[in-house]
Unconditional design. Structure first.
Length: 228
């Protein structure tokens, strides 16, 4: 399976170096953009239709916040991975709330970024232990606030079924096979349930669902470890 990757970073030399390194992987097709405004970057992303967007988030200023939100609105099927030189757990918590599904330090080995990209593309987000607690705290707090409005009541039976499977850790590909739907249709359902729940990522949707008491009860085959 070929994955389309979009790199968004203000540091042009880093972008070029990462693009060259990632492009050497047989399953990754890499597009890259240097310094751009929110509208330009989002318009390019909509045209490129990436599976994963790797976005520099340090410093996490208003423009980057808006960029993450805009990407999640316009490309609900894409996965956002935060690339950061900032190790502050509070920043990790905020980007998770905005919709980022993974976090990679700029000091990390490129192999770690490659593994993160492949995992994120299949719905397996990851935050380092030092940042994970803060990320989950922010998501749980947001989910508790949303639960007061009964967010799961807005979902159709199919959307609840898909959300339950997401809680169980099932990938989009596994869901599509089990439900006898195309991957595109499953992604559309996921985008619709994100909009109804007011969330921007799988991680946030799962946190809200668990906070609301939804458990993973769908009989969907577990993905094998390392499945692509």
């Amino acid at each position: 399976m070929t994955l389309r990757i979009l790199l968004l970073d203000d540091h042009q030399m880093l972008v070029e170096a990462l693009a060259a390194r990632l492009g050497a992987e047989p399953d990754l097709v890499v597009d890259s953009r240097g310094p751009t405004g929110v509208e330009t970057a989002v318009a390019h992303a909509v045209r490129a239709r990436p599976d994963v967007v790797v976005l520099e988030v340090s410093p996490l200023d208003d423009e980057r916040r808006e960029l993450i939100l805009a990407l999640r609105r316009r490309l609900p099927g894409a996965h956002v991975v935060a690339l950061s030189a900032d190790e502050d757990p509070r920043t990790a918590g905020e980007v998770a709330l905005l919709g980022a599904e993974g976090w990679v330090s700029k000091e990390a080995d490129v192999g770690e970024l490659v593994a993160m990209i492949r995992g994120a593309a299949h719905g397996r987000g990851w935050f380092p232990p030092a940042q994970l607690a803060a990320a989950l705290d922010r998501l749980r707090a947001d989910a508790r606030g949303a639960r007061r409005d009964g967010p799961l009541d807005r979902l159709t039976d199919r959307e609840r079924e898909i959300l339950a499977a997401m809680v169980d850790g099932k990938s989009t590909a596994t869901l599509a096979e089990h439900l006898r739907l195309s991957a595109h249709t499953v992604r559309s359902h996921i985008g619709n349930l994100y909009a109804k729940l007011g969330v921007h990522s799988r991680l946030e949707a799962v946190a809200l669902a668990r906070s609301a008491g939804l458990t993973g009860t769908v009989d969907v085959r577990s993905d094998p470890v390392g499945a692509r």
